[in-house]
Structure formats: C-alpha cells, structure tokens
Design a binder for this molecule. Structure first.
Ligand SMILES: CC(C)(COP(=O)(O)OP(=O)(O)OC[C@H]1O[C@@H](n2cnc3c(N)ncnc32)[C@H](O)[C@@H]1OP(=O)(O)O)[C@@H](O)C(=O)NCCC(=O)NCCS
Length: 401
C-alpha cells in the first residue's frame, strides 16, 4: 500500500494521490457523483457509502489543490475457470470533473492505479463501451435481463427442501457467509466486501421493502433470494429479484417454486447468466422472456503469468499465445497453454493477442475464433485455443459495484 505522500506527476500539472482521510473520501465521492450527473451524497447516503472507502485503494487526481478525477477499488476474490479463487480488485467510482475531461486525467489515474494494484486481476463496469479497452480491460461477461410471466409460470412437483423468510436483522447476520458458501459457482463471481453489504442492508425508502427467503436442503442452508415487490395497479404486482444465490439445482428449483407460487405477482424480473436454464423449469418456455443482453464486467489481467496459471484448461493440443500489453510491459511474452496449464516459453507464437482481448476470452465468454473473425487478433489454431479456454458454464458476476 502507498502512503498519502506517494504521488505521480503527469506533464507537471496533474498529480495522482492516494487519499487517506474521511473528508477527502467524501469529496472523492462527490466528484464521482457529479461526473455521473448526480448530486453530492446526502448525509444518509454518505453513511451507506463511507464504509466502502478502503485505505490504500482510493486514488484522486489533483491540479494544484483541486481534486479533478477519481477512481478506487474494493478488495475481493474472483472465481476463475476451474474454481480457484484469486485476489481481485473491483474498480469503481471512476470520474473526471466535466471541466477537466479529455486532457489525460483518466489516463493518468488508470496508469497509477494499475501499476500499484496488489491484485493480479481487476474488473469494472463501464458507463460507455469505448473507454477502457485502451487501458487493457476487455469485455469478459455479459448478463441477460429476464422477465417471467409469473401468472403462467407453474412448476410441477413439490419442493425437495424448505424455505423460510428472514427478518432483516437475521438476514444481515446470515447472508454474507451464505453468499461466500453458496454464491461463487460460476467463473467471474466475486466475494463481497463489508461496505457492499452495508448498502445491501439499507432499510430506508424503497429498500425497506426487501424480503429475503433462505433455502435449506439436506445439508442445511444452501441458497437464498432477496426481492422487492411494487404494485403496478389494481392488485397487479411486479417483483425485482435483487439477489439470487443457489449452491445446487435443488435450491435453485425450490426458490423458483417459491417465487412463482407467491400470490398477487404478475411479473418477475431477474438478471441471469447467458446459459441460465430457467426456461426449462416451465412447460411453456415462453413464460421466460429475454428483455435484453448487456455487457457486464470488463476484466483487466494485471499479472498475466499468474492469472494464466490460476485457471484450468480444456482438452486440446497446446497453443502458444503471444500477449502484448502497452501499459504493463512485464506481461509481454509468449505463453504455452495446454490442458496441464500455462507457462512462459521462448517459442514461435500461434496467436498474437492484446491484453484487453485476452481479458475478454479469459473467463470463457468470448472465443478466440470470434475475435479472429472480427479481425481483432491474428494467428492460427483458433479452434484449439477456443477448446482450451472454454468454460463449461457461462461466466457471470452477480455482485454489482
Ligand atoms: C470517462 C471519463 C472518466 C474520461 O476521462 P478523461 O480524463 O476525459 O479521459 P482521458 O482524457 O484520459 O482520455 C483518454 C482517451 O480515452 C478517450 N475517451 C475518454 N472518455 C471517452 C468516452 N466517454 N468515449 C470515448 N472515448 C473516450 C479520450 O478521447 C482519449 O483518447 P486518446 O488517447 O485517443 O486521445 C470522463 O469523461 C467522465 O468522468 N465521464 C463521466 C463519468 C463516467 O462515465 N465515468 C466512468 C464510469 S465507468
């Protein structure tokens, strides 16, 4: 971690500092919110936001004494294909004051943040698709927004386990551990930090209507769903699923039986992985309608050798991949990928790929052959590379940050 004194100077004008005190954190949050065209945090909003400011992980750009740019990260771990968990930085609150944009402030913040991150991988959610590729982030997961016609969505048969509703105090004590135990099944899923849960347990305004139901199977609690219901009109109600966690297929099916048998609910909306099998629960698969598919997580391999070694690979003949990374040249090199793992080699490359696009294929969402078809990468033996990097389940990050 760097001290408050640590800084980097860009063109003698902008300075990047690591913030350390609460007043600066609030100014940082205000700057970010204003960049997003929101007002500054109210005292109540700040109470929910302040716990997510972690010392050593908050960067700001200054021109003289004026704060002009913000970024920060939250410490967590990420699941990679094969199931290993690696330290992960969830990057967020990226903003530049509107009167300082397009002068390289974000570029300076990104360079400094990336070169000081203690984690081998970072992800973020992008407000616009053209911002982050240049900093080595590639689009790595996509999400489907589903709408379920709850009045027609009958699931035959009984539950195999049981469900129970939690009061809010019990939910606060139960969910963090249950999420860690049950919610990390797909590549791309991340553990949640304390500040994330503080916001999740907000009980003010609309949030006071959050309901949590836990599922128990043969081995105890193994999933939960949290949702909010609003009345559209005339006893027609709409449900938004806020959080859905299931460690196994029984928990998943039972929680959907619970949701679709609730009285007075017309529609249910939920975020799901691209390959989510929800439609197969119902006799009529059209009760599940895909409203939209959207890009979700952009992934930056900060330490390429470590990240390539962390995941497992499918069955195919080995492929040598040459990685190019303009911002972090220590990652430049050729890596032999085989079913046994990844190692740096001094051999001719089959495929040359920039680090942002390696981020796009890393979790298995995108294939090398798709990038080649789009003329984004060059080389040969894309089919073997596809098979090596394939993931049996689609990646997802169901923790919004
Ligand atoms: C997006 C934002 C952070 C960019 O900051 P900035 O200081 O203007 O970025 P830089 O000057 O360092 O730009 C670096 C490069 O990215 C490009 N770029 C920056 N923002 C871009 C955008 N929104 N769309 C397309 N290109 C963009 C710049 O043109 C520049 O390109 P170049 O190197 O070829 O000249 C800033 O415009 C902002 O705060 N926007 C509103 C809030 C927001 O969207 N935040 C991101 C949340 S995920």
């Amino acid at each position: 971690m760097r001290s408050a004194a640590a800084s980097a100077t860009i063109a003698g004008v902008t300075e990047i500092r690591v913030l350390t005190d609460d007043a600066q954190y609030r100014a940082h949050n205000t700057l970010f919110r204003r960049a997003m065209h929101w007002g500054p945090p109210t005292d109540d909003q700040w109470k929910l936001t302040q716990p997510s400011y972690e010392d050593g992980r908050v960067h700001a750009a200054f021109e003289g004494d004026t704060m002009v740019g913000s970024t920060q990260s939250f410490a967590s771990t990420m699941v990679v294909p094969g199931g290993a968990k690696v330290p992960h930085a969830a990057v967020s609150r990226v903003g530049v004051r509107a009167d300082y944009t397009r002068r390289g402030v974000l570029s300076a913040l990104m360079r400094e943040q990336l070169s000081t991150l203690p984690d081998p991988v970072a992800t973020l959610r992008a407000s616009e698709g053209r911002i982050y590729g240049r900093f080595g982030y590639g689009l790595a997961t996509r999400v489907r927004f589903l709408r379920v016609d709850a009045r027609k969505a009958a699931i035959p048969g009984a539950m195999t386990g049981s469900v129970r509703m939690l009061d809010p105090d019990t939910a606060e004590k139960t969910l963090p551990d249950l999420h860690t135990a049950a919610g990390l099944g797909r590549p791309g899923q991340i553990t949640r930090w304390q500040g994330w849960w503080v916001r999740a347990f907000d009980r003010t305004g609309d949030s006071n209507n959050l309901v949590t139901v836990v599922h128990s199977g043969l081995d105890g609690d193994d999933g939960y769903v949290s949702y909010k219901v609003s009345e559209d009109k005339d006893f027609k109600h709409h449900m938004e699923v806020e959080d859905f966690v299931a460690a196994n297929a029984d928990a998943w099916r039972d929680l959907w039986i619970y949701l679709t048998r609730l009285d007075l609910i017309d529609t249910i909306e939920v975020d799901a992985a691209l390959d989510d099998p929800l439609a197969w629960l119902f006799e009529d698969p059209r009760v599940v309608y895909t409203k939209d598919v959207f890009d979700q997580v952009w992934l930056r391999l900060v330490d390429v050798p470590r990240m390539l070694a962390a995941r497992t690979y499918g069955q195919a003949a080995p492929v040598v991949v040459e990685v190019r990374d303009k911002l972090l040249p220590a990652n430049d090199g050729r890596y032999r990928i085989s079913p046994e793992g990844a190692e740096r080699v001094d051999a001719a490359a089959d495929i040359t790929i920039p680090v942002d696009l390696l981020g796009a294929v890393y979790l298995g969402d995108t294939r090398f052959s798709d990038l080649a078809a789009a003329r984004r990468i060059e080389g040969t033996r894309f089919d073997e590379a596809d098979a090596l990097f394939a993931s049996p389940v689609a990646p997802l990050c169901s923790t919004f940050f």
